[in-house]
Design a protein around this ligand. Structure first.
Ligand code: HSE
Length: 313
């Protein structure tokens, strides 16, 4: 049994445009780390939270009931921990309120790290409900579309009606994800409250058709069908105005070959799916367009089968 471990959990794209709250995609190249150490205490504590620059994080709380990492870890420890407690150090690689699944990545990394300290670690599938506790605190709702891909990797279908069961979907060969993070912040809990409480039957039917078509397209490597189905007709219209560069960035990405391009989670990040060979250029064009509008930004290119959370040696 280990006394000290470090776990890594990747960023993720919530909704993937077509599947509000029920479809998520893991991203490679960006994520959070959580170090967990057994202590003589009787609960989970947070010793510190640091940013990528190595400095103490200016915004995130070290109060155990205010940090998604410790909330997830405590939920797991309450049920499966033994005597003693756990001290966490959170190393934030992801910007806050970015639409990159930042709160979920901390919760997932903490659950994976604390799991490795248990006398009898659980199977990864069993960790989802604990990681979800942390996410619930951050976003005010139960949705696994960031937690599930961050935990399992790849493309994951996780409708609330099936939880804790999730479905790991096949991903198409030759397709990459490009994620642009404009240096803005969108509070997910507020963005969720601002959504309409009901939608028309027509819109619901259209979005169901797009989701079904998209999943089929991914399973059958049908790149042309991905291009016709990667659309959000319900949520995007209510959220895009919070991201000043959205329309210009999407138009630019589509001009240079993106199959589709929309918000990642509640934004401000914007993602495109595209042929592998177009990805570097699309990322560069999206960045240029965003900066031309006066917003600093950063981008990542990822495979659609990025690995999920894991213990680091
Ligand atoms: N499904 C969530 C939302 C993801 O769109 O509100 C938040 O990242």
């Amino acid at each position: 049994m280990s006394d000290f471990v470090t776990a890594y959990a990747p960023a993720s794209i919530g909704n993937v445009g077509v599947g509000f709250d029920m479809l998520g995609l893991a991203l490679s190249g960006a994520g959070d780390r959580v170090q967990a150490r057994r202590t003589d205490g009787d609960s989970v504590t947070v010793a510190e939270v640091r940013g990528l620059d190595g400095e103490l994080h200016p915004h995130l709380s070290t109060k155990a009931d205010e940090n998604t990492a410790s909330i997830a870890a405590q939920a797991l420890w309450d049920v499966h921990g033994d005597a003693g407690g756990v001290e966490l150090k959170v190393l934030k690689g992801l910007p806050l309120q970015s639409g990159m699944g930042s709160s979920a990545a901390s919760a997932v990394a903490a659950a994976v790290a604390v799991n490795a300290l248990l006398p009898s670690p659980l199977a990864v599938e069993e960790l989802l409900p604990f990681a979800l506790e942390g996410e619930k605190y951050a976003s005010g709702g139960i949705h696994a579309d960031n937690v599930a891909p961050s935990l399992f990797g790849g493309l994951v279908l996780c409708p609330e009606v099936l939880l804790p069961e999730i479905i790991r979907l096949p991903t198409p060969a030759g397709v990459s994800a490009v994620l642009l993070y404009p240096d803005l912040q969108v509070n997910t809990a507020q963005a969720r409250k601002a959504l309409p409480k009901s939608v028309s039957m027509k819109l619901w039917l259209d979005q169901q058709g797009l989701l079904a078509g998209f999943i089929h397209a991914c399973a059958s490597d049908d790149i042309e069908l991905i291009g016709r189905t990667l659309r959000d007709v319900i949520i995007e219209p209510h959220r895009k105005d919070a991201v000043s560069c959205f329309d210009d960035v999407v138009a630019a990405a589509m001009r240079v070959g993106a199959l589709g391009c929309t918000l990642s989670g509640s934004g401000p990040s914007i993602f495109a799916l595209c042929k592998d060979s177009d990805a570097a250029n699309i990322a560069s064009v999206m960045e240029q367009e965003c900066r031309a509008g006066g917003t600093a930004c950063q981008s990542w290119v990822s495979s659609m089968s990025a690995p999920g959370a894991h213990i680091e040696a």
